[in-house]
Ligand binder design. Sequence first.
Ligand code: SAH
Length: 395
Amino acid sequence: MPSVILKKSAESFIKRKHPWIFSGAIEKVEGNPSNGQTVQIFTSNKTLVGNGSFSPSSQIRVRVWSLNPEEKIDMDFFRRKISFANSLRETVIDISKTNACRIINAESDGFPGLIVDRYADYLVCQFLSAGVELNKKLIIEILDEVFKPDGIFERSDVEVRTKEGLQPTQGLLWGTVPEDLIEVLENGFRFLVDIKSGNKTGFYIDQRDNRMLATDFSKGKNVLNCFSYTGGFSVYALAAGAERVTQIDSSASALEIANKNIELNELSLSSVENINDDVFKVLRKFRDERRTFDLIILDPPKFAESVAQIQQASRGYKDINLLAMKLLNPGGILFTFSCSGHISQELFQKIISGAALDSGREVKIIKQLTQSSDHPVSTNFPEGLYLKGLVCIVN
Ligand code: SAH
């Protein structure tokens, strides 16, 4: 088997069991491994410590499969990992109320670069590293064996694939082609999900627990749901008795599905206003019109795609949060999020503090939020925590 020999200075990574080995940590590559091929990992004194998949074109040159040198990367290995990941979901998800959840959360479930989400009878996958791409057939076979889905659909239509020397791709991998919109259940609410062309794998299941929390603050309230997508937070707020919900999203098709989702849950569209426009622009307009709200949700897309974008992203987060704070009635509640992995919890809180100062309002954080529990974060892989949220009360 081909192998990599680490530099002495890089061995602390292995001690910490971090799953990434960067190109600069490697002293020597032997045996000319191909893209995604499993390589043995040796320390500088030639001790075998484990194995991983090789990515010649990526800065992350090796993604660790196992730090048990005895372990073979075969069907049994993948079956064990998938069963383990599945049992975690059985612990944290009430399947009588929720059938949309993440089954494999990449590095944190021992599958570097693999996302598998379940939507009712379908599985949707993203193969984002050379290692999982090379083992795709085996992985699909085991997913079918364990979950018996109607179909497995691939949504690897993302640019990060090119960093691994892979082309973006999407399509049916197994079984039957899903309908354009399939119905799922989340905490007892019904949602239509476009797994073939919706954002990410179709739905923001990472916000499930936070949507539930928003119901505590919705009764009788005038709610503004910014970046509403297909109306996740809106359905929960209306079901909890919100008096009015205003949804803003730049995607007309997402707002159309949002309307369908509201009706599917037997909630009235007469208390819903849809604004198909840019949130930055609409918040300014509302400020000028002196419109106010009791609960505002800010769940924007990833503003920082790279370290280089952190500053610009921070300005964007500050801008929308400052405006939202100004629009809240005294005692109003702000649910604010960042899903940029490059913006730390600490930085996000600093941005919110800056916005609070400039808004002239008194702002208190009453809860810190993160991604739902089916998106676990391995203690060896802190990068897995990407979603940060704060619930603030604004006076
Ligand atoms: N809160 C949603 C997920 C939000 S995803 C949920 O719970 O499901 C981010 C959304 O922001 C996408 O629907 C995207 O269309 C929208 N979006 C991105 N940039 C925008 C902008 N500048 N103004 C309005 N909407 C925007």
